[in-house]
Design a protein around this ligand. Sequence first.
Ligand code: 13P
Length: 287
Amino acid sequence: MLVSAKEMLDKAKAGHYAVGQFNINNLEWTKCILQTAQELNSPVILGVSEGAGKYMTGFKTVTEMVKAMDEELGITVPVALHLDHGTYEGCYKCIKAGFSSIMFDGSHYPIEENIEKTKELVAVAHGLGLSIEAEVGAIGGEEDGVVGKGECADPDECKAIADLGVDMLAAGIGNIHGKYPDNWEGLSFETLDAIQQKTGEMPLVLHGGTGIPDDMIAKSIELGVSKINVNTECQLVFAEETRKYIEAGKDLEGKGFDPRKLLAPGCEAIKAKVKEKMELFGSVNKA
Ligand code: 13P
């Protein structure tokens, strides 16, 4: 059964660990992430960007696939199906389609408009038992066409959004979607600390989890991060293992071209990556 992310994140905040959000792109991704979460007895959040939702033919398809897979695989750990960087319209579409959690990314609006729209969506989401994430201060880089400048969030604006009753808050602290450039200055722990001082018990979300060094992850969790999003890293390991399989000519041996064989090494790589992250975030055996 799909659940709201609220309870798992409140527990993570209190227990000083983080729950991973892993973005899904298709059936294989979903299956690998669910199986790994179950194997490690870890709560998990499946993230769906609007682009990935469209690719999978729509949010309804995604919801039906995830719900059925959760049931048929006998998954018992808490699973939230969460819209990633949702637009105002996208949030309503996911609510209608049966998601258990949404993110409204109003960070590109003036703060007053971000507050107004977030407030409305909090009431709608909570009325239906969904959890909701909001964003202040853009995450840098590009994800599925959503481009952010990467400025650090203003802690007072974070407090204003947190006070609306959102369940989790994404705040820019120098994090970037995709690979980090060589000249990246690292996360701004000063900003993160100031935000946590103002927002108290609010579970904070660290986007752009790909490529953040382990010690920075640990420090972020110490300073109140309870949800960490990972997308690109799973894509990179999947592509790498698939390339090796084809370059070794394995698709030409016997029935090596069968998609179930062709995609298997990439799938195993996703599972290993998700396991590595769950261990790093401390969510193992926290279901
Ligand atoms: P990465 O692709 O950098 O891991 O970021 C994922 C993310 O933040 C999803 O919102």
